[in-house]
Design a binder for this molecule. Sequence first.
Ligand code: HAM
Length: 421
Amino acid sequence: MNKYKLLTGMQDFLPEETKNWQYIENIFYDWINSYAYESIRTPILEATRLFVRSVGEETDVVGKEMYTFQDVSEEEVSLRPEGTVSTLRAVVEHSYLYSGPKKLWYYGPMFRRERPQKGRYRQFHQFGVEALGFSGPDIDAEIILMCFDLWKRLGLSNDVQLEINTLGNYEERQNYKQHLVKYLQKNKKLLDEDSLRRLNTNPLRILDTKNPELQEICNQAPRLIDFLGEESKSFYETLKMMLDALEIPFYENYRLVRGLDYYNHTVFEWTTKQLGSQGTVCAGGRYNGLIRELGGNDADGVGFAIGMERIILLMKTLGCLEFSNNIDFYVISQSEKCLIEAMKYATILRSHHYSVYTHFGGQKIGTQFKKANASGAKYAMVIGESELENNTITFKDLREEKGQETIKSEDMLCFLEKWMN
Ligand code: HAM
């Protein structure tokens, strides 16, 4: 029996799996560079109070799910549950918005001590984007457009839907909360335990409930949109007009509120029906005021984060992640001397951007060929005793289209240039 096991909710990714990650990461990097966003990296560990203040004490993320512990310096620290707040902390700490608005992205592990299930893990990875110092709604439209474009690049356009809503500004929300609480108090008998708890702490989140028995009460509840002033309404209307003009289909979900406290105005989620209850693959919104709350200037912000594990699950479900190995050459040698010679040739090939796998372990040539075939490599490079003696190299096409050729070693690169095209 194994002595050591993974912690609950954590995952190992073996090479069969990391291949999928790298494939998607490369698409992400091309995509984000094409929008000229710049990369920012922040630590995984931050002072707990940073998240408590900004994500919100009453949210599940901070209230129940953070990995928090006492550092020896006696400061309470937490593994970051998300990336927005750390990004803003760094931007404020380095006065980075001093020279104007910034478009930033990050990618890395986040930690939430949730009940694990398919698509929900305790360590998961987010690819996040934050546009800072822009008042929108044109930038809100751009970041939604970015997602729309990414789904096309990943082949997911037909399987994700956009839901949007507006949360208005703080005062509008406070006013609305009072009306909502009054309405929910009247229906208190029908609420479940979770909603009763939220009634005093975070009543808007009740609207987000997945409990089928509460759907009717929530559908009948007063709507935040009816409590918005002219400015907030016009912001939202302009965003919708831009999405229409950009031909991005969306669904208005008046009950979309999000689980983090810092949002106002635009909120949105991209969801899929393919993944069951954990179907939100990307989520975000606007957080005006958060930069100031963290000690910075009065700059606005808007962004989103994509859940990498969910994207991979979705792409696997849709069969978009089946690709073969990309090894160009499998190196086969007959003796230690032959192997050393072969390693020299392999180094030359690698410096010309070929991917080369060298066989070690000194097995029979036939066994090495079997392994070469199983590896998915395109060609075998063979150095046997006769090749060593005559200063030659034998190349064999493992898919048998081009057969086998023995060439002078000094002609290797010229030969391959022709042979492989
Ligand atoms: P969030 O909705 O908490 O937003 O997370 C964003 C995405 O991360 C989710 O839609 C989901 O795909 C993924 N995710 C969240 N929790 C888990 C989990 N336990 N396991 C697997 N995937 C998960 C934020 O974190 C905001 N910081 C997004 C943002 C950026 N808003 C503005 N800028």
